[in-house]
Design a protein around this ligand. Structure first.
Ligand SMILES: Cc1cc2nc3c(=O)[nH]c(=O)nc-3n(C[C@H](O)[C@H](O)[C@H](O)COP(=O)(O)OP(=O)(O)OC[C@H]3O[C@@H](n4cnc5c(N)ncnc54)[C@H](O)[C@@H]3O)c2cc1C
Length: 874
């Protein structure tokens, strides 16, 4: 009781805390009407415990866990036509995090693709009641995110520039409008708000019942009191799902077990990057002033105070996101599992003891914001577990290494995500590819480097909703693994900013004597702007070294390698000793991945793919090899092989000092590869550079990186060699018109609209996605990727900005930067084809301004190979 008493002490001046409601476990629920009702229903059903219903012998899909997420997936699978969908729930529906959730629903999300989940959920919530007859208590009073600092107002402008091309409405409103919408607010210090008029809240219990009722209507079976106790893979790729009522053979298994996800993961010997944390909200007794409000006010989110607030039955519900130093991370639960016995029963419908101490700072801000709170009586404090991932984005999709096992776990906001996540996963399961790009939720994005400490620290640090600068996210959550020579580069002022979801940090830029140290977060050009310019000039005029170790490297060997890759890739296979860029497409012709492919011999190919997409790509390759019965092997070399890139006009001079091999233009032309020794170190050298300048990527055993780096550095002294980081690389590649996977191309775009025609060989016999591309060619493109010159001054495009023409949003940028070579802003943008005609004038929305831009006929800077060819011809 210690914690509750502390809470009482702190609040006795302000809140009259009902001591009856401060107890632990189920008693803490005395009070709140709707919560109490949810608990009463649940506890009576809960007593039923183990089911005696026999389970079927064989089904198409088993969904494990009947919370909001599991029932939504079951509903969607059945609705999309899958037969034999079986949801197994160990106790009762909602008996995890779902039953006590605050039920907030929002169209807003800072991530671009995650917004789509929210949009799909809210659309579904709006129809589900009519479809199932289950009342949902769905309220849509809107929501306002409050700005109490100038920087926060800038963030709202930043969020708006990313919203214009999205479907959901959102706008910035002035303080007067906020006061009108929520008359009980103290408006001191409120500078504005980000308003989403269709946000609100829903009853999570009723929502789950509606999904369940819809699922049953479409033919799914839901069996309660049936715990999954074992999962055994079968040779044919199906699963034995073991329950006390019998074993079921399932073609697909979907883990939706909420904060028991570790237990289910461990049945297959997998550790998932998840940790449960406590989350609390409190509800006051009804307040006269709240009851007198004529309309329900919008849900408030105070970002600096880090809490949400809404009305609940004439009172106020306040839910703080606790400060990282106070947040209760359930380390034991993550390590040993959810306790089997918790008070009188196993944990499920229980709550933790409230801890008002941890909420005090937030509640103080809340009382200042809504002064009537000072006289409020606390009626209920709900403190329950939520499962977090280190980046607060769920694990959603198929799991590498466990064929036909799907994850839908780690939901910090599982109520609002449930509808969209169910639709997304069910379409992927049924159609063989995701309906849209949601790579940030890939269940394999955290590699084996993700330690338990990293997961815990990540969860503490990532207060996604509150964060001002998205880049801060990368700063706080640092990867545990760095290249072995980072100490040396650190001396050179490396600033690492690639945290998650990449296994290794990579330097973003290097500060030198006289530069401001560290990173100064800003929406405007900040302290990296000049160093990045210096590095770009280094590459254009001299020579630089970049650490590309985080790239994933895969060897493909075996008698079927050529035939297999030829069918997988949209480009022709390179000849022996040559390298090319090839794409893995989905059946509908979207870009699943971009690979650098090198043929070492007929039965040996070397694939390089982006940082952090190692498992993503391996999963796709493995799944196809298995289903086509191809005799190929994949060896993941990512850990044992490092890569240093050397680029710039003097890179050949540097290399030739360190090798006896001929690295001249004839002997080692562009897009060729050699196995050679550099400074005595065995290297797979590829004549390729994402900078678009003369350059090589040098793949070598990781243990030699330091030696190689020092050798390059020393040989390059006379040519003015230096380090460069990923920011300079990004600028240089945009200037040259090189697309980036995840920005210009992803599972939302086809290679034709992305301008990748050069890499797509429609004259090849067949490859995945070919027939869809043929259809697209027949029908014509709806949009095209254009290069923009942007007349930006103090802030540059970075991607995802809305592009305007004649007062309308006509498209969006995919990436952007300041082009130091051309001295103006540059960006890629998707636009309707008629607006991609060179010299067309458009505007790019950047921090509330419409900045003039024009469409260029070609990339602003030619690549070195073209410049050289042109010079020769003159
Ligand atoms: C206090 C609080 C407030 C919240 N407020 C919000 C909010 O406002 N908005 C929002 O979007 N989210 C909110 N959340 C988060 C939300 O509650 C969760 O993200 C969501 O409920 C997760 O749903 P789920 O279906 O993934 O898991 P759960 O609801 O935990 O369901 C998992 C189910 O799996 C079952 N299960 C487990 N193991 C087995 C097994 N071996 N065999 C069979 N069945 C099994 C369990 O019994 C359980 O029913 C809140 C959470 C808390 C704690």
């Amino acid at each position: 009781m210690q914690t509750a008493l502390n809470g009482l002490k702190i609040f006795k001046l302000c809140f009259k805390f009902d001591s009856k409601s401060s107890c632990c476990g189920v008693q803490s629920l005395a009070g709140s009407g709707s919560i109490r009702k949810r608990f009463r229903i649940l506890s009576s059903e809960y007593r039923r415990q183990r089911s005696s219903t026999p389970v079927p012998e064989k089904v198409q899909a088993v969904v494990i866990g009947g919370g909001a997420v599991g029932t939504s997936i079951t509903y969607h699978l059945a609705r999309f036509g899958m037969k034999d969908v079986l949801l197994l729930e160990k106790s009762e529906l909602t008996a995890g995090s779902t039953w006590h959730a605050a039920g907030l629903t929002a169209l807003y999300h800072p991530g671009i693709n995650m917004k789509k989940l929210h949009y799909d959920s809210i659309n579904l919530f709006s129809q589900l009641e009519a479809e199932t007859g289950q009342s949902l208590s769905f309220h849509r009073p809107g929501s306002i995110r409050l700005a109490t600092t100038e920087e926060r107002l800038l963030e709202f402008k930043y969020q708006m520039q990313r919203q214009g091309w999205q479907k959901a409405p959102q706008k910035i409103i002035r303080p007067e409008e906020i006061a009108r919408l929520f008359p009980l607010l103290n408006m001191d210090g409120i500078l504005g708000g980000l308003y989403n008029p269709y946000d609100g809240h829903i009853d999570p219990y009723s929502l789950t019942m509606a999904y369940a009722s819809g699922a049953r209507k479409y033919g799914a079976t839901i069996t309660l009191g049936t715990p999954v106790e074992g999962l055994k893979p079968r040779k044919d790729g199906t699963w034995d799902v073991v329950t006390p009522q019998g074993t079921i053979v399932a073609e697909k298994v979907i883990n939706t077990s909420g904060f028991w996800a570790h237990e289910i993961g461990r049945l297959t010997n997998k550790e998932l990057p998840l940790v449960p944390v406590e989350h609390q909200y409190m509800i006051t007794k009804p307040l006269k002033e709240v009851k007198e409000l004529k309309t329900e006010p919008p849900v408030m989110r105070h970002l600096e105070g880090s809490f949400y607030m809404r009305t609940e039955r004439g009172g106020l519900l306040i839910g703080p996101y606790e400060h990282q130093t106070k947040m209760q991370v359930l380390k034991d639960w993550a390590n040993k599992g959810v306790p089997k016995r918790y008070f009188l029963t196993c944990f499920g419908k229980e709550l933790f003891q409230p801890n008002l101490d941890r909420l005090s700072d937030h509640l103080e801000v809340a009382m200042n914001l809504v002064p009537v709170l000072r006289d409020a009586d606390v009626q209920t404090v709900v403190n329950g577990p939520i499962m977090y991932t280190p980046d607060l984005v769920p694990l959603l999709g198929p799991y590498y290494g466990l064929p036909n096992m799907w994850m839908a776990v780690g939901f910090g906001y599982g109520i609002i995500h449930s509808g969209g996540a169910g639709k997304y996963l069910a379409s992927w399961i049924i159609n063989g590819e995701p309906p849209f790009d949601l790579n940030e939720a890939d269940p394999n994005r955290f590699g084996k480097w993700t330690s338990k400490e990293y997961i815990r620290e990540g969860c503490r640090n990532v207060r996604y909703e509150q964060q001002l600068h998205l880049s801060e996210r990368r700063e706080v959550c640092r990867a545990s693994d760095v290249s072995c020579f980072r100490g040396l580069q650190g001396d050179a002022g490396a600033r690492c900013r690639n945290g998650i979801p990449c296994r290794m940090e990579q330097p973003a830029w290097f500060s030198k004597e006289g530069d401001m140290k560290g990173y100064k977060p800003s929406f405007h050009r900040t302290n990296w702007f000049d160093p990045v310019g210096r590095e770009c000039r280094l590459i254009m005029d001299k020579v630089g070294i970049l650490d590309l170790t985080p790239f994933a490297k895969i060897d493909v060997t075996g008698p079927d390698s050529s035939a297999f890759l030829d069918k997988m890739l949209a480009n022709k296979l390179p000849k022996k000793g040559k390298t090319n860029i090839s794409h893995l497409l989905t059946p509908s012709g979207k870009v699943y991945a971009e690979l650098t492919v090198t043929k070492l011999n007929d039965e040996h190919f070397f694939l390089i793919t982006g940082s952090g997409s190692e498992m993503h790509d391996l999963r796709w390759l493995n799944d196809h090899a298995r289903s086509w019965n191809s005799n190929v092997n994949f060896q993941n070399l990512t850990d044992e092989m490092a890569c240093l890139s050397i680029a710039g006009p003097f890179s050949r001079n540097v290399l030739s000092k360190l090798t006896e091999d001929d690295v001249g233009e004839r002997a080692f032309p562009f897009l060729s590869a050699k196995i050679m020794k550099i400074a005595g170190i065995p290297v797979r050298a590829l004549r390729i550079s994402y900078t678009g300048e003369l350059g090589w990527e040098l793949y070598h055993p990781s243990e030699h990186t330091l030696l190689l780096y020092e050798a390059l550095l020393s040989a390059g002294q006379e040519f003015g060699i230096g380090d460069f980081g990923t920011y300079a690389l990004n600028t240089l590649r945009i200037e040259k018109g090189f697309r980036m996977w995840g920005a210009e191309m992803n599972m939302d775009s086809n290679p034709l609209e992305a301008g990748l025609d050069y890499f797509i060989r429609m004259d090849k016999e067949d490859f995945i996605g070919k027939s869809s591309l043929q259809q697209i060619l027949k029908e014509g493109l709806n949009r095209r990727l254009a290069y923009l010159k942007i007349h930006s001054s103090d802030v540059d495009a970075e991607g995802n900005e809305s592009v305007w023409c004649c007062d309308k949003v006509v498209g969006y940028t995919t990436s952007g930067a300041f082009g130091y070579t051309v001295n103006h802003g540059v960006a890629f943008a998707y636009l309707p084809p008629f607006l991609t005609v060179p010299t067309t004038k458009v505007q790019v929305e950047i921090l509330g301004e419409l900045v003039d831009a024009e469409v260029l006929s070609s990339p602003p800077v030619e690549i070195e190979a073209i410049r050289r060819r042109k010079t020769k011809q003159q």
